[in-house]
Design a protein around this ligand. Sequence first.
Ligand SMILES: Nc1ncnc2c1ncn2[C@@H]1O[C@H](COP(=O)(O)OP(=O)(O)OP(=O)(O)O)[C@@H](O)[C@H]1O
Ligand SMILES: [Mg+2]
Length: 256
Amino acid sequence: MQTNPNAPERAPIISLASTKGGVGKTTLAYVLATALARRLAVRDAGDPELRHPDRPVIVCIDADPNRTLSEALRLTGMPEIRITESDGERLLPDLRMAQSEARIVIIDLEGSANQAMLYAAGKSDLVLVPAQPSRFDVVEAVKTVGVVRQAADLVGRDILYRVVLSRTPVLRQRVADHSRSQFHKAGLPLLGVELVQRTAFQAMTYTGEPPFRQDPAGGAAANVEALVDEVGGLLDLTLPPVGAGEGRAVAEAAEA
Ligand SMILES: Nc1ncnc2c1ncn2[C@@H]1O[C@H](COP(=O)(O)OP(=O)(O)OP(=O)(O)O)[C@@H](O)[C@H]1O
Ligand SMILES: [Mg+2]
């Protein structure tokens, strides 16, 4: 298995942040955690040096007192994912512990600017800022990126961030194009892949069934895998590919 000699030893940290509630942070955290865990488990299974059955592949730090991510992940019950419930006070020690065990750490934050957001951003390799295609969300994304910049100033390094369009209409591409241009005008870098509006994404946080379990060859699963590919590329992660026809095979390999 290929390893990247330039890859950092410590687990990369991805934070989901927004100063506004309800934009899709937890939804995005959930699909990334479950899809990355599945792919990395497949990768690690083929490499004795990477395989640590006693260690989690992903640690999800739930820093939102509503604990929506923790609840959904408990329902899902993937042994590769460990859930840590945290808050602004405990975040730094929780992160240290998570990084010593996991291959990737994902932090889900509350929808407001607070200490936890500043700490999480300051420790992150990538901050994802979900935003719905509306003018209000452009303003909120600018505010959120302001917090990321403060964190970067505080820790004395650049922090990579991307706005992720969420709940975009599957068919009305023109609306999405218009809203992309609004984010560009505000100087906000966007992820190329967006999380489209789908009932599969709404259902999964209640059922604990990620898209690759609901329908491995479906549009929602394909959307998530494309997202994982782009995020993996930004973080220089080595991930086995999952194409439309391969989804089922990887799911079976992961369950075997
Ligand atoms: N792509 C999507 N398709 C369909 N429904 C979605 C999608 N993204 C989010 N939702 C729904 O929108 C609502 C808000 O999403 P979510 O809980 O992920 O946002 P949040 O930013 O974590 O909110 P909070 O700030 O309250 O934690 C939820 O009911 C969720 O199921
Ligand atoms: Mg949330």
